[in-house]
Design a protein around this ligand. Sequence first.
Ligand code: PMP
Length: 319
Amino acid sequence: MTAVDDVSHDPIVYLNGELVPLSEARVPVLDRGFIFGDGIYEVAPLYAGHAGRRTPFRFEQHLARLARSVGKIGIANPFDDAGWRSLIARVVAANEAHAGLRADQDAIAYIQVTRGVAKRGHAFPAGIQPTVFVMVTPLNLPSETQRAQGVRCVTAEDRRWLNCDIKSVSLLGNVLMAQYAAENDAFETIQFRDGVLTEGSSSNVWVVKDGVLAAPPRSHKILEGIRYGLIEALAQECGIRFEAREISEAELRAADEIIVSSATKEVLPVTQLDGQAVGKGRPGAVFAALYAGYQRAKAKEAQHAQQGVENESRENITA
Ligand code: PMP
């Protein structure tokens, strides 16, 4: 297989109005994303669906967060929701047609918007166009083993800035935390700020004690994952009590279950924290209920997408 046959090596990407192979995509060095980390991004799963119909999962919420992110840093949203949807569909179609993304492969859409290119100077330059980049690549979900056995995590002090609610490409703090996990043979680093749980380097963190699920409240100290609202809804659906509240380091260490969530991890059980077993050292009942609920939510969205297609074709027939 050549690099071009394999979408994970050389996908077709969108950059500022053009579809090009990733290996040929270029931005000028004066792009403020490169110079200042002045930009935002979004990561959304696109699940392989029935009859080759790909289903963006909770896409409305991902696009709403993208709109909030650009809004928070004063960049005009380059597209409205319909524009983003058709752009992603174009990139998906290009990869299915030319770059080897199979219709039965789950995929992930990476979207990045930076303030654009300008002479170097910290404050916002006037009259520049944002840089827009979209990449669609296969999504590798956690393995069966990781789900069945849980993953190991380590902990560290959260030393990031205090605008963690912005999905900024300035990710050095998160990069250092991910590296800390890698160096300690762990899956993720779970962070505390002044003894209070915040989040992972690239995931939200959930704690279970005596059957009650808890997570840090939405605030500037964490990124509100698109799974946050989903897990709240799943907990309610499953009759699991949920509390959004401050969680101390001691509480985390005494938890019956710890769960991490993100677009690429879905929900995943943490069974070891800093070398100590979490609860009984195996995935718990709340994780099992949330994981099953998550898969039901995926199936429901796929079914809606399929019904949409059937309704469309019925309309076409009757039109
Ligand atoms: N927190 C951080 C710091 C993250 O990077 C992510 C992943 N984007 C999340 C939380 C989870 O967000 P989501 O559920 O939207 O993937």
